[in-house]
Write a protein that binds this ligand. Structure first.
Ligand SMILES: Cc1cc2nc3c(=O)[nH]c(=O)nc-3n(C[C@H](O)[C@H](O)[C@H](O)COP(=O)(O)O)c2cc1C
Length: 209
């Protein structure tokens, strides 16, 4: 089972090799993996910024406790969740479903009304938390896909999301930086690659009932 080998190979990379860049064809594969990720109702209530610009990355590093991954990785994926419920998010999804699957939008009206009713009744704070949770699922898909391509990653939430929202102009787009992934190639000098993985034993992690 390759995925287990890949998951053993990967680790949260602290030092990236600044000189190595992910090929554009691999970036496309990573984007497709994120696109295929599961999400509640399939709504994908997030947007992913791929930050390459060095000046912006310096600013992000300053807002991330000076963590070196921000400037040294090949790309920074910033997973941003939509912060407010909007009927148009459901309408867009229904249109996309109808056109993709060749069905009449009217057929989906009941489902659309059900989603609108459920989502609009979530209190605003809870809605933000719920959409932020969705980004973590996509993050996990990205990391697993990257490991298959032998691309190193570091998931990160050690940053000031309000500062990110300012730097990246997210507030005005109704978005919030929830979590990020630095992606690239490990430096030979990163001692973390040699550390044994620390994981709970299976009998502590699972219980069969
Ligand atoms: C949501 C999330 C946030 C994390 N934030 C950071 C971070 O800000 N900086 C960092 O170096 N590692 C961060 N990590 C990496 C974890 O510390 C790491 O995954 C964990 O210790 C297990 O080690 P491994 O990934 O090397 O197996 C984060 C991991 C996750 C899942």
């Amino acid at each position: 089972m390759n995925i287990l080998e890949n998951l053993k190979w990967r680790y949260a990379t602290k030092k990236f090799d600044k000189t190595r860049k992910i090929s554009s064809s691999d970036v496309e594969k990573l984007k497709e993996a994120v696109q295929l990720s599961v999400s509640s109702y399939g709504l994908q209530l997030y947007k992913v910024l791929i930050v390459e610009n060095p000046e912006i990355r310096e600013k992000l590093r300053a807002a991330s406790y000076d963590q070196a991954q921000l400037t040294d990785a090949s790309q920074i994926f910033v997973f941003c969740n939509y912060t407010e419920y909007k009927n148009e998010n459901v309408d867009e999804f229904i249109k996309l479903t109808a056109s993709t699957q060749g069905i009449d939008e009217e057929v989906l009206k009941g489902y659309s009304d059900f989603m609108k009713g459920t989502l609009s009744s979530i209190p605003s704070e809870g809605y933000k938390v719920w959409t932020a949770k969705q980004t973590y699922i996509a993050l996990s898909t990205l990391i697993a896909a990257a490991s298959e391509l032998k691309i190193d990653t570091c998931p990160m939430e050690g940053f000031d999301s309000q500062a990110y929202n300012k730097i990246l102009g997210l507030d005005e787009k109704g978005l919030n930086a929830a979590v990020i992934v630095a992606a690239g190639f490990r430096s030979e000098a990163d001692e973390y690659q040699f550390k044994k993985k620390v994981r709970k034993p299976l009998d502590k992690l699972f219980e069969i009932i």
